[in-house]
Design a protein. Sequence first.
Length: 356
Amino acid sequence: MLLYHIARKKGIRTFLIRGTSLSGRFSITEHYYESLEFIDKAFADIQKNSSPYQNYIQQAEKFLNEFRAKPSSYSAVVTPKARPINRKKQFAFLSPQKIFQSVRWFFQMLSAYLLDKHRDDYQNIKPWHYLVDRIKRKTRVLIGFDDLYDEANLKEDFAFFPLQYEPEASMMLYAPFYSDQLWLIKQIAQSLPLHYKLYVKEHPVMFGYRPRQYYKELKKIPNVKLIRPEVPNFDLIQNAKLITTNTGTAGWEATLLKKPVITFGNAFYNTLPIIKRCRAIEDLPRLIKEQLENFHYDEKPLIHFIAAIFKESANVDLIQLWHIEGGGNMEKKEKELVPLVDLIAEKLHLAPIKNG
């Protein structure tokens, strides 16, 4: 963020690559954390005159129909099935092969740290701190959280709040005034109708990171239920009366499934008129009442917004590229990045790679 503002002051155009929560599609923005302005501009243009954008509209309709027929996450990496969210998976590291890899990796980290002239820089994690944190997480998993989980009753009236991964820009930068999720959950729970429950579910990537005390504090709230992390989000979204989130993908997925949503930060889908953003916490009870009693789903703007995403994004699976171990096939990786490079070139009025 510091480099971004320095570049802006110097008049240097600066692009941030951001996901669109459409599988394999990434866009760029110059506004860093405020909005996806290229998508928003395309959305406004399509709303005024959709005729030149029929190809993108058809893509949007096809995507929406396929998504509703078989809902799926924008990336398999962040799904419960892909994460070690039970004891068996968490303790796979006890196999001889895994133990050897862990010990070797730790000593490599320790050696690199000791040889680093800048090892006291605040950004460097001390190896022993990492080791202590690792032991704490494994201890939590050994103790388990089963005694804290509640069973989901999909027939009762409930709102859904999925905990987000942290620390991350989506919390600290896009929703800075609501980054304390425990506090926010209390506000949401207190603002719901008396007979409603608030279902809270841990992010699959965060399993074992938060201490048990965090969940115990959640359990003190009378109408909050802590749902097992292996329960699919879509089961909860499709049966919830309301989805609340800071900037999470669950809000976008709920919108695609015609559900009312309230956000608390700079979610890219806030542009849609059916989304309610809570900017002041005292407005929350009113917003909840409006979304529960007066929500009117409108398909046309959503189709146009998805069409704008297709127009102003590149088909490149950056998440998968980030998670490929080792060097991999660099030529293949470079080829897969071409659509994103072309998108940036277009905004800089340069010739795209695909055209030479």
